[in-house]
Design a protein around this ligand. Structure first.
Ligand code: ATP
Length: 534
């Protein structure tokens, strides 16, 4: 596909808020960006999409001065050239603000501290922080966004919507009314559906100040609902620029992103109810009361519910990450008591967890892809020396998983920290699938991965089930559950309240989750051309 271009909402002749032209970036022998171009017009929310590892975060990091671009190329903000390599203070002075993945907030700090971190002004010989000044600045930016907040409240105590407000206001400080651009790098990943609605309303408010928005996202539903135009990167190149989202369907975006349509899921062997089951009994602990269920070998069971219903806690109680008050998991008749179980005990029993939040809970970022993949089998530092046969088996195993999950770049010697977010998620999944567990427990397994990789991950989970593993998937994405699961259990108030069997289409899952509540659309109306306050 050749790069396509459409005139932006700013109208012909209007100076774009952000104009990136011919920017490249090379890491060692890996060319992450090839002469990328991107134009964000005045008065718009612009989407940026692409497969895992296509260079979205690298571009953001070049804009903020974290990475230096290769020589050549230019970046203009409101028509003013941003000197390269970009210096962080210069990026701010030009009006480039960034909201990082999962909002990037420090929970045990106050609103004013989170807003002003990295900007504090110190005075006097003792270099005291001028708190009055900091509070004034914080108050001013919240007012600009039209959403005052208690400045001394701890961010961890705020509602999701308020936390999003802090993150957006922090980035907005780097822009002035009528200028600049705020980049959201997969910022909405941890927000619930209810908080998303408020989040999009805030994006409208940002654009109403005259500052534009660049929204990086893997959720095509979000891109269609929230953006005016979209630019698509593939393998580090711009393959479509400034497409009007009103003219596009999800299938169009998939095609632009992958360069092909998605294949349908292949048929799966039905689970064999006569084969021994995994029996989960009377599990109780944080957020869960007396949960019990059976999973046949080869079966994939989903657990879901509204936020706080208990389904998100179950994976951690079953795998020794969180201490359960009571409960057992029996595999082939051998019972494991959950009270007092730790992670090592769970792994020994064949129960493994692919957690949400890979950085904190799942991967050693400073170790290579190979080391991470073989860690559960071989142990960490201090393990016995490996024979030549062991090493060759490890190489085969690593090559197989890199291929199966299309881990990019396919270079097992790279540190996991050098991979893009979505590719890290694939390594995490592969690491535990490679142990050939008896019970595989997953929490939001396709979080942060692109639509193509989601497909590869679903296939790998199905293959594990077909090989005889019992699978439990906890998640909130009804489409993911509908594609993956044979059965779905819906939690309410810490208990399993409903079971959906046979065919479980996404609509049935949504109806069951929201039985007593109202599910609002992701966004009620899109206002393509916004009124500016200036
Ligand atoms: N610090 C680094 N050192 C070496 N290579 C890197 C580094 N950071 C990124 N890369 C490589 O650059 C390429 C682009 O990565 P980037 O994180 O920008 O992708 P992305 O589009 O943001 O992906 P995702 O959607 O998975 O977050 C990848 O091949 C990645 O491995």
């Amino acid at each position: 596909m050749t790069a396509e271009h459409f005139a932006g909402p700013g109208g012909p002749g209007a100076v774009p808020r952000l104009q990136v032209t011919g920017v490249s970036k090379t890491f060692g022998s890996n060319r992450a960006l090839h002469e990328v171009s991107l134009e964000v017009a005045a008065g718009e929310i612009h989407g940026l999409i692409g497969q895992n590892g296509c260079g979205k975060s690298t571009l953001t990091k070049i804009l903020t001065g974290y990475h230096a671009a290769d020589p050549g190329g230019s970046i203009l903000v409101d028509g003013r050239s941003l000197r390269q390599p970009v210096r962080p203070l210069d990026a701010r002075a030009h009006g480039v603000g960034v909201v990082h993945q999962s909002l990037g907030l420090v929970d045990d700090r106050t609103v004013v501290e989170n807003l002003r971190l990295g900007r504090f002004r110190a005075h006097g010989v003792a270099r005291h922080i001028a708190w009055r000044h900091e509070r004034e600045q914080a108050r001013a930016v919240l007012e600009r966004l039209g959403r005052p907040l208690p400045l001394q409240a701890l961010v961890g105590s705020l509602s999701e919507e308020e936390r999003a407000t802090v993150a957006i206001a922090r980035a907005l400080q780097d822009t002035q009314d009528g200028r600049g651009v705020v980049v959201f790098d997969e910022s909405t990943r941890s927000l619930t559906r209810a908080a998303l609605e408020a989040f999009y309303a805030m994006l409208d408010d940002v654009v109403a100040t005259g500052t534009s928005v660049l929204l990086i996202s893997h959720s095509l539903e979000e891109v269609l609902a929230a953006t005016d135009r979209v630019t698509v990167l593939r393998d580090g190149r711009t393959v479509a620029s400034g497409l009007r989202t009103a003219d596009l369907s999800e299938a169009d975006l998939v095609h632009a992103l992958l360069g092909r349509a998605l294949d349908g899921a292949g048929a799966r062997k039905p689970a064999d109810p006569d084969r021994p089951v995994v029996e989960i009994r009377a599990v109780a602990g944080k957020g869960v009361q007396e949960a019990g269920l059976d999973i046949a070998r080869g079966e994939i069971v989903g657990v879901t519910g509204l936020t706080g219903a208990g389904h998100e806690e179950l994976p951690y109680l079953l795998t020794g990450v969180r201490t359960a008050e009571q409960g057992t998991v029996s595999i082939d008749g051998r019972a494991v008591r959950l009270a007092g179980l730790d992670c090592a005990g769970a792994i020994e029993a064949g129960i493994v967890l692919v957690p949400e939040g890979r950085e904190r809970q799942g991967l050693a970022l400073e170790l290579s892809v190979s080391e991470n993949l073989v860690l559960p089998q071989r142990g960490g530092p201090g393990r016995r020396a490996l024979s030549r046969l062991d090493r060759s088996q490890d190489r085969e195993l690593v090559a197989e998983w890199v291929r199966t999950l299309d881990i990019r770049p396919p270079r097992p010697e790279l540190n996991v920290g050098q991979l893009s977010g979505g590719n890290q998620q694939k390594v995490l999944l592969a690491k535990w699938l490679a142990t050939r567990p008896q019970l595989l427990v997953l929490h939001e397994p396709t979080q942060a991965v692109d639509v193509g990789a989601r497909h590869a991950i679903a296939e790998a989970i199905r293959a594990a089930a077909d090989a005889g593993c019992a699978v439990l998937v906890a998640g909130s994405d009804e489409n993911e559950l509908a594609v993956l699961c044979d059965r779905v259990l819906v939690f309410r108030d810490g208990r399993i309240a409903e079971e959906l069997t046979d065919d479980v289409p996404a609509e049935r899952i949504v109806q069951a989750i929201y039985r007593d509540a109202v599910r609002r659309p992701l966004r009620r109306s899109r206002v393509p051309q916004r009124t500016r306050r200036t």
